[in-house]
Design a protein around this ligand. Structure first.
Ligand code: XLS
Ligand code: CA
Ligand code: CA
Length: 439
């Protein structure tokens, strides 16, 4: 029985088509950069926004019915599995991601929650076997319940830490059972509001303890996927410990965890941190910690996490340039951590939103591949740093000179006479030309 019976299977019809329920740029089997678009982009459905979120905000109730005909919480959970697999199938999405709480209701006790999870996991497992859909990553929601009001791994209450540890253990078991290729840690409540009540050192040490315990457990059960930290600077707490990619990398290095974790970079979180999406991806890449992406976009006029579907082609082009420079996705992919606006309440809107996001990333991939093949931007960068390829530059990079040697060189030189233009406007024009070509 179909849940989205009025929605057709979404096909590629090309840029000339005016059918809103068709792809205009995403042609799954077309090859770009040596792989098909489907392999390069590895799109995933976010279970929470797609199957659970109903448009509720702090000013009003939901606008979207996500019960899919279910009546009791467990019936709704069962119907969501049906809805999710039909949704992925009709859009040609190969992957999905979930929080433990998205797939099953909590129940009265932790044991009850785990029982609910087992029932739904079995159903998901069956559906995966039937359809070939894959789990990109799982994660435990250790932020929504009041028991986490002061944090989970960073809570002053050791019992909250213990509850979170149990939730993470179970969610790792499920992720492993479903063949997931990743496991995400987003520190929802891992931060603080005021230092008047906070022992920062203890909180950071405990957060590292929880991550270490989890990574050790992943090794013990033979989980081969990647473990990711997802940086975010604020919201819900004022000071989130995982502020941005650099902060997370510093934290992981400080606790000797940098070889065990990678990063899941979200576009909207980059914006909130005052960075571009490309900056965060580049920081992850140059530190060999690029893992996966939460694809969405924020609104530059709003200061919060709007999680909109990505439609800005400049951003997706520069994102995919970083992904290609990193050698493409291995275990990661592009998870649409994005939700429709509250007024977009029809199933057609939900499909159209994914189509818009997938087409925007397809364009991004096409343009990123063109930027690389065009070569002008890479050539400019190579030339810009060419003073390091010989002479004093080479000697410095090779560690062959002391500070005294360099000082003697500079005294002899007298003044820097070899400055070159940064060429920013020319390069921005090159980017436009690569993007829009001849009209
Ligand atoms: C919230 C985060 C969250 C993580 C997974 O802002 O983006 O959805 O991706 O817990
Ligand atoms: Ca996210
Ligand atoms: Ca977000």
């Amino acid at each position: 029985m179909s849940i989205f019976e009025n929605i057709p299977y979404i096909k590629y019809e090309g840029a000339e088509s005016d059918n809103p329920l068709a792809f205009h740029y995403y042609n799954a089997d077309a090859k770009i950069g040596g792989k098909t678009m489907r392999e390069q982009l590895k799109f995933a459905m976010s279970y929470w926004h797609t199957l659970t979120a109903d448009g509720t905000d702090m000013f009003g109730v939901g606008t979207q019915d996500k019960s899919f005909g279910g009546k009791t919480p467990m019936e709704v959970a069962q119907r969501r599995v049906e809805a999710g697999f039909e949704f992925m199938d009709k859009l040609g999405l190969d992957y999905f991601c979930f929080h433990d709480r998205d797939i099953a209701p909590e129940g009265e006790t932790l044991a009850g929650f785990q029982k609910n999870l087992d029932i739904i996991t079995e159903k998901i497992e069956e559906k995966m076997a039937q359809t070939g859909k894959k789990l990109l990553w799982g994660t435990a929601n250790c932020f929504a319940h009041p028991r986490y009001m002061h944090g989970a791994g960073t809570s002053p209450n050791a019992d909250s830490f213990a509850y979170a540890a149990a939730q993470i253990k179970k969610c790792m078991d499920i992720t492993h059972r479903l063949g997931g290729t990743g496991y995400v840690f987003w520190g929802g409540r891992e931060g603080y509001e005021t230092l008047l009540n906070t022992d920062m050192k203890r909180e950071l040490d405990n957060m590292a303890r929880l991550l270490t315990l989890a990574a050790d457990y992943a090794d013990r059960i033979g989980f081969k996927g990647d473990l990711y930290i997802e940086p975010k600077p604020k919201e819900p707490t004022k000071h989130q410990y995982d502020f941005d990619a650099s902060t997370v990398i510093g934290f992981l290095r400080g606790y000797g965890l940098d070889k065990r974790f990678k990063l899941n970079i979200e576009a909207n979180h980059a914006t909130l941190a005052g960075h571009t999406f490309q900056h965060e991806l580049c920081v992850a890449r140059v530190n060999s910690m690029f893992g996966s992406i939460d694809a969405n976009q924020g609104d530059m006029l709003l200061g919060w996490d709007t999680d909109q579907f990505p439609t800005n082609v400049y951003d997706t082009a520069l994102c995919m340039l970083e992904v290609l420079r990193a050698g493409g996705f291995v275990n990661g992919g592009l998870n649409f951590d994005a939700k429709v606006r509250r007024g977009s309440f029809t199933p057609e809107d939900w499909f159209a939103a994914y189509i818009a996001g997938m087409d925007t990333f397809a364009l991004g991939l096409i343009i990123a591949d063109r930027i690389i093949r065009d070569g002008r931007i890479d050539a400019f960068i190579a030339e810009r740093y060419s003073s390091w390829n010989s002479g004093i530059g080479k000697q410095i990079e090779e560690g062959k000179v002391t500070l005294e040697d360099i000082s003697a060189y500079a005294l002899e030189m007298g003044e820097v006479k070899t400055m070159k233009s940064g060429g920013q406007e020319r390069l921005e024009a090159v980017l436009n030309q690569i993007m829009f070509g001849a009209q």
